[in-house]
Design a protein around this ligand. Structure first.
Ligand SMILES: [Zn+2]
Length: 371
């Protein structure tokens, strides 16, 4: 089933993406947060928990099936390698499971019907080799990969008999590090793990806190903090500007004017601008023969967190819809990041296509939808 949205809705979506002035816009990125600087002048180089590979993993926006996008040729394919599988929930072992990835390996946990045990699976997206790497008698959940470790939970029983704990599973050694359950912030769910912090969201609320990887150092979390600085989007007359307050400074500095959502990745800030209407290179011919200029081209720029080395990374004729929003499966991979672009389907626009670009060279591919 295709998800087709109207041009009008697409325009609203673009506006909405441009109009997020609060911290949620920052939450839309796959970024590192609240990094302490090592010194007053330099930004701390940090490593995200994302290891380079050949694929960006995501849930297909149309069917919700786990898919992989090849960063080199843009090909989108089902994660499940079985050509005869419908990939529907009840049939496909890859659908409906919480999964995360390290390099080309996808990790998920589910019950093994043969043994009744819960198992942690490692699936090589390149070779389609599926392995059980850990088993337990109790329910296992995989939340997120961070560097080469998986953040997981073990739980058994219900009500008064409920018992469980969070743990780290080291994919290189198989070692397990249990975490003291008593230190889990109450009523919070895992939102993200980034830059040495676990970010928790309070259930049914917009409140975020963060802890270190062993649930210590609990503090309020502000998504505006990145690279040791504080970033803020400010709206004036419908135009958004990005301001930064550098660590140790009191005053805001204007970094970017007339800008959409920014992606904070690999110690860079990536942003895009839609070309003015009169410079639009592409005219779409609608089914009734009328012409439309709604396939907006755009430029993607990259700069350092302090605004230096601000340069054009690439130009595309595609309409850029925004940054990807799924932090549990951030659509980044090593040197590659993805932006959502639109494609035409009849007179409607589908938002199931990605532009995957190399952050260093600007080379990019437009992904090919499955159907
Ligand atoms: Zn399947």
């Amino acid at each position: 089933m295709k998800k087709i949205i109207s041009v009008f809705l697409a325009a609203v979506t673009v506006f909405a993406l441009f109009s997020c002035g609060d911290r949620k816009i920052n939450a839309d990125t796959a970024a590192a947060d609240s990094g302490e600087t090592e010194n007053e002048t330099g930004f701390k180089p940090y490593k995200l928990g994302i290891v380079g590979g050949d694929y960006i993993f995501a849930d297909d926006p149309c069917g919700g099936y786990p898919v992989k996008y090849n960063v080199h040729n843009g090909q989108m394919s089902y994660l499940c390698p079985d050509p005869f599988c419908s990939h529907e929930l009840d049939e496909c072992e890859f659908s409906g499971v919480g999964y995360t990835s390290i390099g080309n390996t996808v990790y998920f946990a589910r019950e093994d019907e043969a043994t009744g045990k819960y198992s942690l699976y490692a699936f090589d997206a390149d070779t389609s080799e599926l392995k059980i790497i850990y088993s337990s008698n109790a329910y296992l959940s995989v939340y997120r990969a961070y560097d080469y470790r998986l953040f997981m939970r073990y739980s058994s029983g219900f009500g008064k008999n409920a018992y469980g704990y969070y743990f780290w599973y080291d994919t290189k050694t198989g070692d397990i590090e249990e975490i003291d359950e008593g230190r889990v912030p109450g009523y919070h769910i895992i939102d993200d793990i980034t830059d040495g912090r676990i970010i928790w969201r309070k259930l049914n609320s917009d409140e975020y806190v963060s802890t270190d990887l062993q649930f210590g150092d609990l503090k309020e979390h502000d998504f505006g903090y990145r690279y040791g600085n504080h970033y803020e989007f400010v709206q004036t007359d419908g135009i958004y500007s990005l301001y930064v307050t550098f660590k140790g400074d009191d005053e805001k500095t204007l970094l970017l004017e007339d800008v959409g959502p920014c992606l904070f990745y690999e110690n860079k800030i990536i942003y895009f601008k839609v070309l003015p209407l009169e410079e639009q290179p592409v005219v779409h011919i609608c089914e009734d023969g009328t012409k439309d200029t709604d396939e907006f081209g755009g430029n993607v720029y990259v700069m350092n967190p302090d605004g230096s080395d601000n340069h054009l990374l690439l130009h595309t004729d595609k309409m850029i819809m925004g940054t990807t929003t799924d932090r549990m499966h951030p659509q980044v991979c090593g040197d590659y990041f993805a932006l959502i672009v639109a494609r035409y389907e009849g007179d409607g626009i589908c938002d199931d296509t990605l532009l995957i670009a190399n952050i260093n060279t600007g080379e990019y591919v437009i992904t090919t939808p499955l159907y």
